[in-house]
Design a protein around this ligand. Structure first.
Ligand SMILES: [Fe+2]
Length: 204
């Protein structure tokens, strides 16, 4: 068994004009594909050759195998990111809404916190809404760093690597983050993750 490039949950032009088909063709078709290919090359012939992606990511983190971790975590992060976006307008479930109001005051305040984290994160990385010890929290991870190995339940993420937005908004990361938060965040996915209470798994 090898790790596969998961199917996008929408057509490649479905997120336009906020994220263009051209961006997706590179981001999904080239970057995500390359992380998949490099992960498969790294696990071939090892005791992780048949393992689930989550196990590969954790094992690479535990062993300090940066080469494998960077690629495997990026496969998982991108799969999670594609699901964190939706061309349809979505809204949080009642239970997630209540938790958001309790911690942030309102959905708009949560969006502001996510925007601050995503825009303020230095260089490449990911901004996340997670459940940490039963409480919602906004965090970011550097480079290939993933919430998956942080002992939290990730609900949604925003990719803030330049490859996520450079073709659409060039250096204007704030514009990209606003586009995502105002138009594309999949609150249904966040709610499913919140209500299930355990981390999402990458499609086999
Ligand atoms: Fe990316």
């Amino acid at each position: 068994m090898t790790i596969s490039l998961m199917k996008l949950p929408y057509e490649s032009d479905a997120l336009a004009p906020h994220i263009s088909a051209e961006t997706l063709s590179f981001h999904y078709g080239k970057h995500h594909q390359a992380y998949v290919d490099k992960t498969n090359a790294a696990i071939e012939g090892t005791d992780l050759a048949d393992a689930a992606l989550e196990k590969i990511v954790q094992a690479a983190a535990d062993k300090g195998n940066a080469g494998l971790f960077n690629n495997a975590a990026q496969v998982w992060n991108h799969g999670f990111y594609w699901h964190s976006l939706s061309p349809q307008k979505t809204s949080p479930s009642e239970s997630l809404s209540t938790a958001i109001d309790d911690v942030f005051g309102s959905l708009d305040k949560l969006k502001e916190a996510l925007k601050d984290e995503a825009v303020g994160h230095f260089a490449s990385g990911w901004a996340w809404l997670v459940v940490d010890g039963g409480k919602l929290k906004v965090i970011s991870t550097h480079d290939a760093g993933t919430a998956l190995t942080e002992g939290v339940n990730p609900l949604v993420t925003i990719d803030v690597w330049e490859h996520a937005y450079y073709l659409d908004t060039q250096n204007a990361r704030p514009k990209y983050v606003e586009n995502v938060l105002d138009n594309l965040i999949n609150w249904q996915f966040a709610s499913d993750n919140f209500d299930r209470g355990t981390p999402w798994t990458y499609p086999a």
